[in-house]
Ligand binder design. Structure first.
Ligand code: NAD
Length: 476
C-alpha cells in the first residue's frame, strides 16, 4: 500500500519500503513506503493548504462526511477485520469489535457536531463578553500498533469534527488498516489534504511532524518513554499535546467479591489482545482469605485459553504483535525463573504453535509469590503474563495498587458499598472500574494520571483538546 498525502496515494521520497509481517506466521503481507523528513514536510504542507477550506465548512457538513465513512466501515467490517488480524495478530472477533469501535467513535463525534460553541457572558458594569471556539490548525496524531483502528478514531474524530486538518503517523507494524480507513474517508467525501497518512520510522517521520512549525498540536499514544521525548520536542514550539501513555493497571479482588465474575474479568482484562492493551490488568491483588479459591479458578480459566492464529476458529488469544515484544516477554519470564522472583503456576513457555507457524506466540501465564521489587510489578508488562499477589485488607490493596509510576486504570471487585467507595476514591488512576475492567466507550473521558499521560480522549471534553477559546469583550 502507499501513503496518502493530499488525497493521493504516494510513495516515499526515498523510494524505499519496509515489510509488514503477519505476526502469527511470519509471512510478508505487504510493503509500505519508508517515509522521510521530506514526506512529513509535504504532508504538513498539504494539511496546511486544506485547513482554511475545511475550517470554514459547518460542523454539520463535516459530520455528514464522517457519518458516511462510518457507514462504509460498517459495510466493510469483515474485510477490515481480516486485514487488522493479519497485520496485528488479534483474534478475528476482537478485530471485528475494534472496527465496530472505529465506526462508533466517528458516529459519536458526528452527534457532537452542534454542541461546541462559545458562551455569552454579562460582565458587571463593563458591558458584555462572549467566547468563540476555533480549530487549532494542522494537528499530528502518532499512534501505536496494539489497537490501531480504535486509536485512529479517538484522534481523527474530535480533530476533524472541530475543523482541524491532520497528519497521522501509524505504527510501523500496523499501517495497513489505517491506510485503508483513510481511503474510506476520502471515498466518503473528505476533501484532499484534510487527513494525510505518512508511514515510516517514529524517530524520523514522527519527530519531523512534532518539530514542524506549522503543527499546532500533537496527539500521541504509545510508550511513556516516547511520550516524554515528544513532550520535550513539543515544548520548544509551545505546542499543545495530548499524551496517552502506558499503564500498569491493578485489579483488586476483595473477600466478598463474586469470584466467578472476577475470574472472567481477570481473564478478559489480562489476555484480551494477548495482553497488549494499555488498560490491561497488569497486577492483580486478592484478599488472603479468598486467595486460594480465586487462584484455583483463575488457573483453570487460564489453562482453558486457546492460543493460535487469530484467523482460525476457536482461538481466544493470538500472538504478540512483534519480535521485540515477544523477546521482551520471554526475557521477563526467564528473569523471574533465574532470580527466583515468583512461582509460575501455569504457562511461562513458548507454545508448540509458535515453532510450527513461525509466529510470536507465548502461553498465557500466571505467576504468584512475586516480590515487590520484581520487574513484573515495576515495568509495564505488555503481554500475556499476570502476577497475582495476596493482601490482608483493603488498605494494603490500595497501597500496593498505587505503588507505581503509572495511573491509567484500576478496578475494584466487591459487593460492599464502603469498599467500593474507598476504591473508587483512593485508587490513583484516570479511570476506576467497579466489578469490571477494560471497558471503554467514546462517550466517557479516557486518559491517565502520573506518568500515564496528559489530557483526555473521548467524551465531550476531548473536543476542547482540539479547539482554541477566544474571548471577545464589548463595551456597549
Ligand atoms: P511506541 O512509543 O514505541 O510507538 C508509538 C508510536 O510512536 C509509533 O507510531 C512509533 O513509530 C512512534 N514513535 C516512536 N519513537 C518516536 C519518536 N522519537 N518521535 C515520534 N514518534 C515516535 O509505543 P508502541 O510500542 O507502539 O505501543 C505500546 C505502548 O502504547 C504501551 O506503552 C501502551 O500502554 C501504550 N498505549 C497507551 C494507550 C493509552 O490510551 N494510554 C493506548 C494504547 C497503547
Amino acid at each position: 500500500m502507499k501513503m496518502q498525502i493530499g488525497g493521493k496515494a504516494v510513495d516515499a521520497c526515498s523510494g524505499e519500503f519496509f515489510d509488514i509481517i503477519n505476526p502469527a506466521t511470519g509471512e510478508l503481507i505487504d510493503r509500505v513506503p519508508k517515509g522521510t523528513e521530506d514526506d512529513a514536510a509535504i504532508a504538513v504542507e498539504s494539511a496546511s493548504s486544506a485547513f482554511n477550506g475545511w475550517a470554514s465548512t459547518s460542523p454539520q457538513q463535516r459530520a455528514r462526511i464522517l457519518y458516511t465513512a462510518s457507514g462504509i466501515v460498517r459495510q466493510r467490517q469483515d474485510e477490515l477485520a481480516f486485514l487488522l488480524t493479519r497485520e496485528q495478530g488479534k483474534p478475528l472477533a476482537e478485530s471485528k469489535n475494534e472496527i465496530e469501535g472505529f465506526a462508533h467513535v466517528l458516529e459519536y463525534y458526528c452527534g457532537l457536531a452542534s454542541s461546541f460553541h462559545g458562551d455569552f457572558v454579562p460582565v458587571h458594569q463593563n458591558g458584555y463578553a462572549f467566547t468563540v471556539k476555533k480549530p487549532l490548525g494542522v494537528c499530528t496524531a502518532i499512534i501505536p500498533w496494539n489497537m490501531p483502528a480504535l486509536i485512529m478514531a479517538w484522534k481523527i474524530g474530535p480533530a476533524l469534527i472541530s475543523g482541524n486538518t491532520l497528519v497521522l503517523k501509524p505504527a510501523s507494524n500496523t499501517p495497513l488498516t489505517n491506510l485503508t480507513l483513510a481511503s474510506i474517508l476520502s471515498e466518503a467525501g473528505l476533501p484532499p489534504g484534510v487527513l494525510n497518512i505518512v508511514t515510516g520510522p517514529g524517530e524520523v517521520v514522527g519527530e519531523s511532524l512534532v518539530k514542524s512549525p506549522k503543527v499546532k498540536k500533537i496527539s500521541f499514544t504509545g510508550e511513556a518513554r516516547t511520550g516524554k521525548r515528544i513532550a520535550e520536542l513539543a515544548a520548544g514550539g509551545m505546542k499543545r499535546v495530548t499524551l496517552e501513555l502506558g499503564g500498569s493497571d491493578p485489579m483488586l479482588v476483595c473477600d466478598d467479591a463474586d469470584l466467578e465474575a472476577a475470574v472472567a474479568g481477570a481473564l478478559r482484562g489480562r489476555f484480551y489482545n494477548c495482553g497488549q492493551a494499555c488498560t490491561a490488568v497488569k497486577r492483580l491483588f486478592v484478599f488472603e482469605s479468598v486467595a486460594e479459591r480465586f487462584i484455583k479458578k483463575l488457573e483453570a480459566g487460564v489453562r482453558n485459553l486457546r492460543v493460535g492464529n487469530g484467523l482460525h476458529e476457536n482461538v481466544d488469544m493470538g500472538p504478540l504483535n512483534n519480535r521485540r515484544q515477544w523477546e521482551y516477554i520471554k526475557e521477563l519470564v526467564a528473569d523471574v525463573e533465574e532470580k527466583d522472583e515468583g512461582r509460575i503456576i501455569t504457562g511461562g513457555r513458548v507454545p508448540e504453535v509458535s515453532t510450527c507457524s513461525k509466529g510470536y506466540f507465548f502461553e498465557p501465564t500466571l505467576i504468584v509469590d512475586v516480590p515487590r521489587e520484581s520487574r513484573l510489578l515495576k515495568e509495564e508488562v505488555f503481554g500475556p503474563v499476570l502476577p497475582v499477589g495476596q493482601v490482608k485488607d483493603l488498605d494494603e490493596a490500595i497501597e500496593e495498587s498505587n505503588n507505581t509510576c503509572y495511573g491509567l486504570g484500576a478496578s475494584i471487585w466487591t459487593k460492599n458499598l464502603d469498599k467500593a467507595r474507598a476504591g473508587c476514591e483512593q485508587l490513583n488512576a484516570g479511570i476506576v472500574w467497579l466489578n469490571q475492567h477494560l471497558k471503554v466507550a467514546p462517550e466517557v473521558p479516557f486518559g491517565g494520571t502520573k506518568e500515564s499521560g496528559i489530557g483526555r480522549e473521548n467524551g465531550p471534553d476531548a473536543l476542547s483538546e482540539y479547539l482554541d477559546l477566544k474571548t471577545i469583550m464589548l463595551k456597549i
